[in-house]
Design a protein around this ligand. Structure first.
Ligand SMILES: Cc1cc2nc3c(=O)[nH]c(=O)nc-3n(C[C@H](O)[C@H](O)[C@H](O)COP(=O)(O)O)c2cc1C
Length: 216
């Protein structure tokens, strides 16, 4: 049994990557971790060139990555939420799984899970539901392909303003947008996946759910 994990986060050792690796490890199965920034993956051209072959006509790494998804027994997709929706790399990867659909439904029946890291705090009333938007993008892909969506993990990440150098003063600071005019990097703090016991527990549970789904 093999579980494929795909991260759309371009940041090295990001919270998204750490969460994904923790979920993969918790499955106790053979796993492979893919970081999309290391590959070239265009979005789908909607040319339907894949209908008879189940293979995309675009000559980039999307073909090889779709083959990995086809061979895997379960798939975990991890992304983040620039402008409150799933990031473009993760979305392009999802679109490039379209060739696996036609006539054979190669992903149907496989367990799948979503991980989303977002900066907007969960439950914020005035700001967009970024985490839900990201989870939905992955979940609806999996539902539309007949996969068994076993669950998701939302990770509290950091707005880029905590590391740009101007986050405390910039009039466009995301820190102030999310936490109010008086917010500073110090008062908000830097969020890391590993410093939250809830994150670690949730990742373990999601990994176990994937393994249980594979056994049933
Ligand atoms: C261009 C850009 C726009 C962003 N916009 C949003 C946003 O609208 N909502 C949000 O929750 N996070 C937003 N973020 C923050 C990312 O979701 C955050 O950096 C994420 O936690 C990064 O995850 P990582 O640590 O795995 O890289 C944005 C980040 C970038 C780079």
């Amino acid at each position: 049994m093999k579980v494929l994990g795909v991260s759309g986060s371009p940041i090295k050792d990001s919270n998204t990557d750490k969460a994904l690796k923790a979920v993969l490890e918790a499955t106790g199965l053979e796993t492979e971790f893919i970081k999309l920034i290391d590959y070239k993956v265009e979005p789908c051209r909607a040319c339907l060139g894949c209908v008879n072959t189940n293979k995309c006509v675009i000559k980039d790494d999307g073909v090889m990555l779709a083959e990995k998804a086809k061979e895997a027994d379960a798939l975990v997709i991890a992304g983040f939420t620039p402008y409150s929706t799933i990031d473009a790399r993760t979305k392009a990867f999802i679109e490039r799984l379209y060739p696996l659909r036609h006539k054979n439904g190669f992903m149907a029946g496989k367990p799948g899970a979503a991980i989303i890291t977002s900066a907007i705090p969960e439950g914020s009333k005035e700001l967009p539901p970024a985490a839900d938007m990201g989870i939905n993008a992955v979940m609806f892909y999996m539902m539309e392909e007949g996969m068994r969506f076993v669950g998701s993990l939302k990770v509290q990440g950091n707005v880029p303003c905590v590391r740009c150098g101007f986050g405390d003063d910039c009039k466009m600071s995301g820190l102030k947008m999310m936490y109010g005019e008086m917010a500073t990097i110090n008062s908000v703090g830097i969020k890391s996946f590993e410093s939250s016991p809830e994150n670690i527990e949730a990742a373990k549970n999601l990994g176990k759910q994937i393994t249980e789904a594979l056994k049933s």
